[in-house]
Design a protein around this ligand. Structure first.
Ligand SMILES: Nc1ncnc2c1ncn2[C@@H]1O[C@H](COP(=O)(O)OP(=O)(O)OP(=O)(O)O)[C@@H](O)[C@H]1O
Ligand SMILES: [Mg+2]
Length: 253
């Protein structure tokens, strides 16, 4: 088991958003959190990443209690995510953004190839950056484009490359395809499917697009008003009458 949460409760002031959530994610598994707008998905996600602490409950990563650990320290344990920790520098080009992330990982591992301004000289970093950009379909013509000039889809793709440059054991994705065009969305789904096939990474994601969920998720949890309505394999959850009524019915009438 890579991630486990028990009895997670979370309030914003008087508003109780999460009512005792339990979940567990196995090594290598893709686990999705779905539910209507305002159900508490992003709130749960932030509790799991450490960005926003729960009021009560416990989060464990590979058995280690990380409940009180910051998102920064969780990242060092192997939490990768597509924002916050993996931040894009807008005035820096695509290649350099990924190089900074590779360099950060190497220095966290105590294997920094040089001082930070020397990364250009480091062929090890450059090779790894090229491999990531090629593997995840970044057109070479974009490698020297400053991040601020990228299309929305390419920005998402860059965030994803940066997150992967940290070689996470657990990739946390809050709506990875939000705001994308249908073709970028299909491409991102393909990248995630490939990442899954290649193995070695567990994924926790939230997503509104049910087709993506049913393509990628090994198991999913349906949240509604901060409570878990159902957890299980997609086909079983899809058949669950309560889930159909509350959530899926809206999309798959
Ligand atoms: N920082 C905050 N302060 C106060 N209330 C908040 C805060 N963040 C979220 N909420 C409230 O908590 C509830 C759950 O929000 P959350 O963003 O977790 O939902 P969600 O399931 O991610 O929704 P969406 O599908 O729209 O992304 C909502 O009622 C929201 O208004
Ligand atoms: Mg959300």
């Amino acid at each position: 088991m890579i991630l486990e949460a028990n009895g997670i409760e979370k309030s914003y002031g008087a508003l109780k958003v999460l009512h005792g959530i339990d979940l567990s994610v196995d090594e290598g598994e893709t686990f999705a959190i779905i539910g209507p707008n305002g159900a508490g998905k992003t709130t749960l996600f932030k509790v799991l990443t450490g960005e926003s602490p729960a009021n009560s409950g416990v989060v464990r990563f590979r058995g280690q209690d990380v409940t009180k650990m910051s998102d920064f320290r969780r990242a060092r344990l192997g939490f990768g995510r597509t924002f916050q920790v993996a931040r894009i520098f807008p005035e820096v080009d695509v290649f350099t953004n990924v190089a900074i992330a590779v360099e950060a990982r190497l220095s966290a591992e105590g294997r920094s190839p040089g001082r930070w301004w020397d990364w250009r000289a480091s062929s090890q970093v450059a090779l790894e950056v090229e491999e990531i950009l090629e593997r995840f379909g970044f057109a070479r013509a974009r490698w020297r484009t400053e991040a601020r000039y990228l299309s929305h889809g390419d920005r998402k793709r860059l965030e994803f490359c940066i997150a992967l440059a940290t070689r996470p054991a657990l990739l946390m994705l809050d709506e990875p395809t939000a705001g994308m065009s249908p073709s970028d969305r299909r491409e991102m789904t393909g990248l995630l499917a490939r990442l899954k096939r290649d193995g070695g990474v567990s994924i926790v994601m939230t997503e509104h697009d049910m087709d993506i969920i049913f393509e990628l998720a090994d198991r999913l949890m349906v949240l509604n008003y901060g409570e878990a309505l159902a957890t299980g394999e997609p086909a079983a959850v899809r058949r669950d009458p309560v889930v159909r009524e509350v959530y899926l019915g809206q999309h798959h009438a």
